[in-house]
Every structure is written in C-alpha cells, then in structure tokens.
Design a protein. Sequence first.
Length: 318
Amino acid sequence: MKSRDNGGMTELIHNTTIDTLLERRSIRKFSNEALSSEVIATLETVAQHAPSSQFLNDWSAIRVTDPDIKNQLAHIGGQPYIAQAPLLYVFVLDEHRNAAIARSKGVETGDDAFTLTSSYRYTQAQNDAVLALHAMETAAYSLGLGCVVLGSILNDAAALVDLLGLPEYTYPVLGLAIGKPGQEPALKPRMPRSMQFFENEYPSSDERLLSGLDAFDDEVHQYYDLRNTERPVDAFSDQIAVGDDVSEIGSQRVLKLLIVCDLRCRTSPFCRLRSGRDSVWIDKDIQRGGARLRSLHADKPLLVYFFVSLVHYRLRGL
C-alpha cells in the first residue's frame, strides 16, 4: 500500500506499525465477544511501558467491569455505547500513590515543600496518563481491536470522581473503550501537514497559517455527508467558529464544578489560573460555601489558561 502525506506532496514509508497508526479510526460499536485475559494483560503491560516523566509513574487506570458503573459512565458521557464496550478504562493522573509512599517514609505531604502535588506535577501526570492511554490504544489496534477515546466522561467530573472513589491528589483524564469492531467507518480526513507542522517558527500571518483550509473544509464536509446523509455537518472552519459558545458553556461548568465540590483554595501558585499575563485566584465564599473568581484586572476578559480541574485535584482533601 502506497500513500502520501496530508497534502499529497510526499510518498510515505510503510511498515506494520506505521500502517496501524495511519489506519486508526474511532470505533463506537463493538461485537459482544469478550476479550481474553491474555489480551487484557498485554494491553495493560504495554501501557506501563509508555514514557513516564521523571519515572514517577504518576498515573493509574481503573478497569470498569461493573455493568452499573458502566451505565452510569454512559449516562455521564451521553453515549450509550460506553456501557456496551467489552473492555473499558478510565485513566487517572495519580499522585495519591506517591504521597502514600512519601508518608510511609515519614514525609509530611500536606506541607507546601512536598512538590509532588504542585501544578507542574499535575500537568506532567496528566501527560503521562495520556501517553499510557495512547500506547494501549495503539497496541489494541495492532491486535485487530477497535477503540474510542472518551473525553465525554468528564461532562460531570464531580460525579465521576465520586463514582470511581477517587481520593485526593487524583483526577480523571480520559476513558478508553476497547473491543472487537462492530463497524468499519471511513477514515476521517486530517488537516494538511503544512497547517500543523512549522519549521523553526510559527507562521507570521494568518494567510500562511490557513493556507489549505478551503480544501480541508471541502474534504471534511464530504466525509460527514457520506457518513450520515440525514445529518448534515458544517465545514471544519464553521465548527471552529462556534467555539465561543462552547467556551461559554465550559465557563459555566467550571463555576458549577467549583460550587458542587465546595472547594477551598489558598492563594498559592498552585491555585493560580492565568488570564493572559494577569492572574486570578479561586477562593471560598465563606457565607454560602460556594466559590467565586476574583480577578486582579476585572476590565480584561478571563481566559482560563490552566485547568480548573487541578484545583479539585490539589485541594480535595483540604
């Protein structure tokens, strides 16, 4: 099989690994066939061999086998096929285990000097969890299985934390559903390589940056038309253009999450979110036990740069 890069300029080199990755597509319908213990052990061991920042092994994965929990995850995600997956994982960033190890060595983990609960470690643990998930996903595809990555399980992060019994210094990252494919969807188009890979510096103009967008729009629109003729989908650029509405919904969910979790936060670097070059903090409204945002520069729009979920992760036990 010969193919070219996204943009059609250069012929690609092929081998089994590359072809597995190039043929990757999300599978949302599975056969009912259970996966063997050997397959499960292989996938989990492969995930453990993914890169780990500073070899802290600061992620875990919960294998969900209880049908009731599966159904609740499907409800949170709004996707019934989650409950039907023969193999289902939720990957979690996890400094709780490392904190327990440190406490067993006499370290006071509640002290600010204990850096494994810092924002830097949070982001690195999240990265490690994603790398482990991707390793498992690729291994599953290489075995002829199908997968779909589940960001939808974070639709109600507070409920997910409670459902899985996640302790302090942990936070769910993504889910992964695996099984023998019950469908064969077309490959989704990819953006021209020139729009995502730049040499030495970021493009200096939108004209350079967006070169190739019109052709990509047409390709994506055709893909969705063929996939479901009864449900038209906007071109890629039109989908991006409604992102402001999505951001507004996300902001409301942030506030809801803070209130539901009744978070307490100290004005430390860990609790700090970024708004451009300015900072904001989350503190507790002691009158109602809710949460509020206090901006140092109220005249500037709040663009949350950091993950609000880290506040829940860091302060769950305070």
